[in-house]
Design a protein around this ligand. Sequence first.
Ligand SMILES: C[S@@+](CC[C@H](N)C(=O)[O-])C[C@H]1O[C@@H](n2cnc3c(N)ncnc32)[C@H](O)[C@@H]1O
Length: 329
Amino acid sequence: MAIIATTPIHGSGENGPGHSGTLCNLPLNQVIQGDSVELIRELPPSSVHLILSDIPYGIGAEDWDVLHDNTNSAYMGSSPAQEKAGAVFKKRGKPINGWSEADRAIPRQYYEWCSTWATEWFRVLKPGGTVFVFAGRRFSHRCICALEDVGFSFKDMLSWVRDRAPHRAQRVSVVFERRGDEASAKDWAGWRVGNLRPTFEPVLWFTKPYKIGTTIADNALNYGVGPYNEEAFLRYMNSPDNIVNCGFASGESGLHPTQKPIRLMQALIDLTTKPDQVVLDPFAGSGSTLVAARSLGRSYIGYEMEPNYVAVCRSRLDETGLLPFMRLT
Ligand SMILES: C[S@@+](CC[C@H](N)C(=O)[O-])C[C@H]1O[C@@H](n2cnc3c(N)ncnc32)[C@H](O)[C@@H]1O
């Protein structure tokens, strides 16, 4: 269990924009080691302006990404080809063949896992506040349903287009060649098993509904959130489109197998929050959300289960004052 030093702030109450309102304790500007599903219960209601998180996708890419009870031994193995290529993900998820009842339960169990934290996310977010979730293409629909079912509005799906994407799609002719079946290898030349190159990832955009009988403008005055800042977004992107191209800055990547670019996180934070507001990432990884928040003068709260990634977060945050803002302008 984490040791949490709290920072008293004015703010997280119901009465004012940003930090005006009731006095309460929040673990501001900290990365807390532990299970966020439990730790988030310690936050006061309506205390956070934005939740921006790259959640486990449930595709079995790493141990922390296995969110079901399917014990099929193919899961979490690694293929010789993967090891030879030094692939980003050291493990391979189980092939999606839908052979067994346990296979078919995986998406539903992902929904159930999302439901273990969705209610708390709803409780701690301010009315009108935004949730951005990076979720995988295969199970993001289950995450959408879990968040909708606790009261969030699903506002949009952004598409983050990466500059690099590993393409794992085995040529089926290779299998026939290995079997010595040259005729089938020739017949199936050019055919692959798997997917097209995964160049985009969904970013799910939710809002917590504002109070009945008020407008979004009232909500902005009451809670400091609700509208989005297009002008700020255009400092990072060339157009206000929901397809967002963004790669890593030189030397930035390599800290986490599912790391996200700081500039992308900055764009999303600047789009939906003002300086001094509170950004929460319950699945912090190497801390890209937190570094982006700090660089933009926002307060942050990060939870991360793995102690080695907590250490990476802290060291990146220590250096953040030295980082240049990664804006286009
Ligand atoms: C998808 S990664 C986030 C990577 C991050 N976006 C970055 O740029 O480095 C998700 C992280 O959540 C952590 N995690 C998984 N379950 C958790 C839990 N219940 N509580 C806290 N952290 C958890 C994992 O250890 C992993 O580092």
